[in-house]
Design a binder for this molecule. Sequence first.
Ligand SMILES: [Mn+2]
Length: 442
Amino acid sequence: MTPNGPSPDSYRRRRETLLARLNDAVLFLPPVEEARYSNDVHYRYRPDSDTRYLSGFEEPCSLMLVARDCESKGFSMFVRERDPQSETWTGRRAGLEGARETYGADNAWALEQGEEKLEQALSGARTLYYGFGRSAGSDSAMLELVKRVNAGRPRSGLAPLVLHDSSELMSEMRLFKSDEEAELMRRSCAIAVQAHIAVLEDLRPGHSESDIEAGVEYRFRRGGCSGPAYGTIAAAGNNATVLHYTSNLGTPGQGDLVLLDAGGEYGGYAADITSTFPMSADWTDAQAELYDLVLAAQRSALAQVKPGSSCDSVHQAALGVLVQGMHDLGLLEGSDTSASLESGAYQPYYMHRTSHWLGMDVHDVGSYRDNEGPRPLAAGMVLTVEPGIYVRRDSEAPERFRGIGIRLEDDVLVTADGSENLTAALPRDRDEISRIRRAALS
Ligand SMILES: [Mn+2]
């Protein structure tokens, strides 16, 4: 089971929910292969999130769900067999017995038997939900298999097999978090908040961006996380204007702001937090003006998170405040806010969306639109709220704003009657941050 993750009962309930929806369809998720770092050295294995959602299993494996009566009825796992010699090198395997006894598989077979058992299960099926994109090899083997199965159908009298992406079923389930998942996300967010606060309290002149990265990631692991949920961004000064800056090799100057975007993965659930704070205890006027603007935009956006609203409304709320502020501060010329919103004139300074879904994946699954337009928010969804302003050193902006990047990111659960900010404990007020920094530097 995923350490610290959901209970075995939760995995069973998820499978039962899915089985009840399958009727005569088959769901098959092929394995994610180990990724090579160099030669015979691999990255730490991270299972595909759908696979983990249904099983809590963390070794390479395939999963199959079949509702109708046949040899592979129920929940089948295809796993690596026990092998004392390999296990000496690469660690213990659950094996077939473990798949049945620990992970609740109705059927357990060797990983290599997946294709054969899938073909058998498809003989009377009308629909296959398949996990595309785990590996090119699996995808092409599956297409061959479907071709083969359909070739026999004119004679057998069965309707042709229809192929769907399994994400159609899986993403909708994962988008809505159960109470247990919400609790895991509270925990994941609490660990990340504590790690960010520790950086605020520990950061000293001379510390580098890599010191900051190491500091937060140390605290993720100490807190029980499997590691960071994504590449930590520790970016000082102008580096903060690069959205996905992850080299973290610079050393903040005394007058720089530091943008820290970092969250851990706890029990299989990601936190995703960004804070921005001064290396010293003080803010320049330009830094303070931009920070207060982003904070006002974030508060306006946070107020939009409630059932019936949408990620689009959350974005529009942030954008309205940001663009008005850009005019007030002289980042944008003139005073026609609606024209700037219309033309996208603000995009040199704010070029990303305000929210994304958050869950097992940091950019979690689920559609942002439905047939009607922007999808209404509903209880159980978790999203980030992360407005920012990025003024590159080589931009056309007034001199005093150049080389400043600011983003403020919280993680928010939609509840039945509003929202719960899972990262509300982060200090956001500028004076409060200054107090913490002053105490740290004294
Ligand atoms: Mn984010």
